[in-house]
Design a protein around this ligand. Sequence first.
Ligand SMILES: [Zn+2]
Length: 215
Amino acid sequence: MAKLYFRYGAMNSGKSIGLLQTAYNYEERGQRVLLIKAVVDTKGEDFVVSRLGVSRRVDLLVDADDDLRALVRRRALAGAQAVSEGGWEQQETVPLREVLDCVLIDEAQFLTALQVDQLMEIVLVDDVPVLAYGIRTDFRTVSFPGSRRLLEIAHSLEELKTICRCGRKAVFNARKVGESFVFDGDQVAIDSGDVTYESLCGKCYLAAGGRLLCQ
Ligand SMILES: [Zn+2]
């Protein structure tokens, strides 16, 4: 039975290289994968880029309005038809499982809760496994909508680990503007230019001025 996997971790925990490795492993066995990147606007870069220098163009960029199950089906069938000689006369009857072996999602925290449910339908109805990679919480320790839904319904949760500046496991994503940590602002601020992120453990997060919002 196919499953929905959520592999989450702080920034720089190797999510992108893990995704690219998984894609490689599938394709090495002759299986077909679809790479999807969730973006906060459609101007996002259409590459999965790892810090180790490996990168790959994604098959689909999705934003909040897209129906993921419909998009995946359309794209997988189009790709399969391009390599089949006659194509299918009745595409709507072709089971997705016959043309696709795995869906991989980068930046899954940016999905909507509804889109995560659509992924679950791909798993449960179409019997195609979905592996989502993303960040659990934002710079104020609050979950992203896509991450929250994945934590609620994924069959499998796996934490990808990285190290804080002090050597402990990092769990939070602290935002910096220039050299200073900031703890107020919009949930999404893509790291570019002045805005950067540092993965910190809880102790270092508090020491840098962060607070836990439930207190
Ligand atoms: Zn620390």
